[in-house]
Design a protein around this ligand. Sequence first.
Ligand code: ZN
Length: 100
Amino acid sequence: MHPVEPAYGTQDCNACGARNHILLSQLTFKCDSCNHEQDRDVNAANNYLQKGLKELGQDMPEVTPVEIQPPLPVITPGASRAHETGTVRGGYASSEAHRL
Ligand SMILES: [Zn+2]
């Protein structure tokens, strides 16, 4: 069970998300923006369902259209090439050998 804020559940369009002014006496929801028409209670129920699922991070993309972006490529700008012990730089064998 997950509590959902009831604000605007009956006024928001379940199809496009536009907020409409719906009178309490109106039994059918009709969106001024996209002409979506549905039983007022069904529209509200769908709004609460989507809201609840979204808050839980389980919203359904097929019900709530969202812009999906491809995953970002993994870039590690700070990483440098590893040098193995004994790597020769500039013609000299590295540090250790000269200290003896
Ligand atoms: Zn609409």
